[in-house]
Ligand binder design. Structure first.
Ligand code: SF4
Length: 179
């Protein structure tokens, strides 16, 4: 792994994020993930960060083919004593997004011109998403699953176990494309 990626893993760690280097060619992209969005996710059609408002899986396959490297980002939150897990999860996702977004901006400033974050969960910058016109377009990012990335397999390939939600810990997962 090149030194410039090591520096970013260190920076991520300083922000409280665990970061794992990925060869982008190894990231599994599968059409079947669209089932999880369209049938069963309450954000489908309600958030501009989610299908059907975002880049399609086929378009994303072409886009990601132009990248070589990425960092898998994991942010762990302690959830002991949390009463409302869904409300807490939304806040944790937002906190994690802001850290990861800062890392993306730092990557851009460091010369990774095409640095692009795939955020943890749907965008929840606004309580209700303004479907007519994004309120914060500069922060609009989509989650990895929404463009077909099989996160479970991506994590397994990095030697990690995907445990979104344990009784004492909630993990928020993002992916930073670097080029
Ligand atoms: S910033 Fe607001 S309007 Fe834009 S995608 Fe996010 S929630 Fe929707």
């Amino acid at each position: 792994m090149l030194e410039k990626y090591r520096d970013f893993i260190k920076k991520a760690s300083e922000m409280g994020l665990k970061a794992y280097f990925l060869d982008v060619r190894e990231i599994p992209i599968e059409n079947r993930t669209s089932l999880k969005c369209a049938y069963g996710c309450k954000s489908y059609g309600k958030r501009l960060s989610c299908p059907p408002y975002i880049t399609s899986i086929d378009e994303f396959r072409k886009i990601i083919a132009e990248y070589t490297s990425a960092l898998l980002l994991v942010d762990e939150h302690v959830s002991i004593g949390v009463n409302d897990l869904f409300e807490a999860w939304s806040k944790f996702q937002n906190d994690s997004f802001h850290k990861m977004f800062e890392l993306e901006q730092e990557a851009f400033r460091s010369g990774f011109t095409f640095a692009h974050l795939l955020r943890p969960g749907p965008c929840n910058e606004c309580k209700v998403c303004n479907l007519q016109n994004c309120i914060k377009p500069e922060m609009r990012r989509f989650p990895p699953e929404a463009v077909g990335i099989n996160l479970h397999k991506t994590m397994e390939d990095s030697g990690l176990v995907l445990e979104f939600c344990k009784p004492d810990k909630i993990s928020c997962i993002g992916l930073l494309l670097l080029e």
